[in-house]
Design a protein. Structure first.
Length: 229
């Protein structure tokens, strides 16, 4: 959680800076459905995991420019899905708890559709902290043993976000807007540490280790926000 606190501190500093710079600043909060498909190519193993996420976004466009800067932070909670090995083996997974925290600073372009609708599109590098805890129950004649594992990783890749910002309110509430969008991310590098103990993959690393890894994440979200100008 220390890394999460650093993310929050960075957001606060950046937000204070953006508010005091002349231009349009959109601060948004969204809630969505999150689906992550990941693969370890060298091991011929992969998983598809579903959950929910919370998205914080900041878009800043200086003066009257359509080209600006964005910052996305997402916190995903993944908890159910399935894993596969090779062409035939597949297994449903439960009892898994995953926190997937992402931060993406990126350039953003704003499409203008009339006086009340904006479509910002962003694309840039994404950095992630991935924490996984898994509990397995072992049943014996006289008692039940709970075995827990802890696994963490740093991910690196690319993120793309496209959203629609609409303000249907009158002049009095012109600073409020609704927002909906789609966010996609592609990871191509993972540095892992700890223990992952699944049906078809078991690994245990005392130190951080780079592993062959690919993943694709997709989030559909709705939310709201405020405009500062």
């Amino acid at each position: 959680m220390k890394n999460l606190k650093k993310f929050v501190l960075f957001l606060l500093i950046f937000t204070c800076f953006a508010i005091n710079v002349f231009g349009e600043t959109y601060l948004g909060l969204g809630f969505g459905f999150y689906r992550l498909s990941e693969e370890f190519p060298k091991e011929n193993y992969g998983r598809v995991i579903n959950g929910s996420d919370v998205l914080f976004s900041l878009h800043y466009f200086p003066n009257e420019s359509s080209l600006g800067f964005s910052l996305h932070v997402t916190v995903g909670n993944l908890f159910s899905g399935f894993e596969w090995k090779g062409e035939k083996d597949m297994n449903n997974i439960s009892g898994i708890g995953i926190w997937d925290i992402r931060i993406c600073p990126a350039p953003s372009y704003k499409f203008i559709l009339g006086p009340k609708v904006r479509i910002p599109v962003s694309f840039g590098p994404v950095f992630g902290l991935y924490v996984e805890q898994f509990s397995d129950y072992l049943f014996y004649e006289d008692y039940t043993e709970v075995r827990s594992t802890y696994y963490e990783a740093f991910n690196f890749g690319l993120l793309a976000d496209a959203s629609i910002i609409a303000n249907p309110f009158s002049q009095r509430f012109s600073f409020l807007f609704f927002k909906g969008g789609i966010l996609a991310q592609w990871d191509f590098l993972r540095i892992e540490k700890g223990e992952m103990s699944m049906e078809y993959r078991t690994t245990r690393n005392a130190r951080y280790k780079v592993v062959p890894y690919l993943s694709f994440g997709l989030s559909l979200y709705l939310g709201f926000g405020v405009l500062l100008d």
